[in-house]
Write a protein that binds this ligand. Structure first.
Ligand SMILES: NC(=O)c1ccc[n+]([C@@H]2O[C@H](COP(=O)([O-])OP(=O)(O)OC[C@H]3O[C@@H](n4cnc5c(N)ncnc54)[C@H](O)[C@@H]3O)[C@@H](O)[C@H]2O)c1
Length: 345
């Protein structure tokens, strides 16, 4: 069975995913595209022989759309996801699921009322081979109970439009999701510290930031977010347990020795770092739909959790580094009994 996908939002990541679904993933075909910028929709659709539809509402109910991909701007996600649930169609929503906790809960409630998982949120790190190896070690008890996690998320530079809040909302949100999954634990508090600021930043931006999280089991997480580090795109994650530690591998790169120096290149671009993870994410999403199964990737509940935890981090940043308790509702049994692991234990 070929899964016919309708895409809402033909911007940067929409085009990437259209290319991925067309060239890399088997069993999928993009049949419809919409964008509030009609020229973008036309161009994207023409490349893959899809038709252009007027808006998200029309695309979601179209007969030649089996599944919906939402890659529009964050504040528009909730409306499209709710419409897809109302139509009973699987929907992959790029992060964030919604920009407010209230909208995330509306989606959770709608999906629960539908009685079957339809929503998957685009937290692709769960599909990265290195993180999956980390998960296997932790889940098998290989280092005993995890106690402390040290993480860093560094970008070479960011554009002027990037704000201090985005360090939590757009950058740390990936660690927040992947750590909840890796540890199989919930984040209960957040605190954001401001170290000495780099001079390589726009004056409005607090950079770097140190984010401290605590989990329900008492694990402490420190995350350095440094988005103007200059030297490259660098993701680090080391979990210390009772009997050892496990570290995320760096991307494979040759070691070069020349002119008295030994070393290897550091990636410059996050797209290169997670390209394989995006491919795996979409292969598994499409294969699940073709098999008539519920999605197993990050759920609407995970999307809600990420939003309330990032809200807590933003509140801490803006309240002079107060420790903020995460205001999360209890997880409904509907989600407790369903996989949201991306196929890994
Ligand atoms: N998983 C990741 O690592 C990752 C990476 C990049 C972007 N994203 C997410 O993907 C989303 C899109 O990001 P982007 O970088 O492609 O942005 P973008 O601005 O390049 O593209 C968004 C597109 O959506 C269109 N659009 C906006 N509202 C619409 C609506 N209601 N209906 C139809 N089209 C609409 C815009 O015209 C634009 O073409 C964001 O939510 C972003 O956070 C996730």
């Amino acid at each position: 069975m070929t899964v016919r996908v309708g895409v809402i939002g033909a911007g940067w990541i929409g085009l990437e995913h259209i290319r991925r679904l067309t060239d890399t993933v088997t069993g999928a075909k993009v049949t419809a595209v919409t964008d509030i910028d009609a020229a973008r929709a036309e161009e994207a659709a023409a490349r893959v022989g899809a038709r252009v539809l007027a808006d998200g509402a029309e695309l979601i109910v179209a007969e030649d759309v089996d599944a919906v991909l939402v890659t529009s701007w964050g504040p528009t996600h909730a409306e499209h996801v709710l419409n897809a649930i109302a139509a009973g169609k699987p929907v992959f929503c790029e992060k964030p699921l919604a920009t407010t906790a209230e909208d995330c809960l509306r989606i959770v409630e709608a999906e629960r009322a539908h009685g079957r998982r339809l929503v998957q949120v685009g937290f692709m790190r769960r599909y990265d081979a290195g993180y999956r190896q980390l998960k296997e070690v932790l889940a098998s008890g290989g280092i005993g109970a995890p106690l402390i996690v040290h993480c860093a998320h560094r970008n070479p530079t960011v554009p002027k439009a990037y704000t201090s809040r985005m360090a939590a909302q757009d950058t740390a949100v990936h660690e927040i999701d992947v750590l909840r999954w890796l540890l199989d634990d919930e984040i209960v508090s957040a605190q954001v510290l401001r170290p000495r600021a780099t001079t390589n930043r726009f004056p409005h931006l607090t950079d770097p930031q140190i984010m401290l999280f605590e989990t329900a089991n008492g694990v402490r997480i420190d995350l350095e977010v440094f988005v103007n580090c200059q030297y490259g795109y660098d993701i680090q994650c080391e979990t210390v347990g009772e009997r050892g530690l496990v570290r995320l591998p760096d991307p494979a790169a040759v070691t070069l020795r020349t002119e008295g120096v030994s070393g290897s290149a550091v990636l410059r671009d996050w797209k290169d770092r997670f390209a394989d993870a995006f491919d795996t994410e979409f292969r598994e999403w499409i294969a699940g739909i073709a098999a008539g199964e519920e999605p197993t990737g990050p759920s609407a509940w995970d999307g809600y959790a990420a939003t309330v935890i990032t809200d807590a981090a933003v509140q801490s940043l803006e309240s002079d580094s107060e420790v903020v308790t995460v205001d999360m509702k209890p997880r409904p049994a509907f989600y407790a009994g369903r996989a949201s692991t991306g196929g890994v234990a």
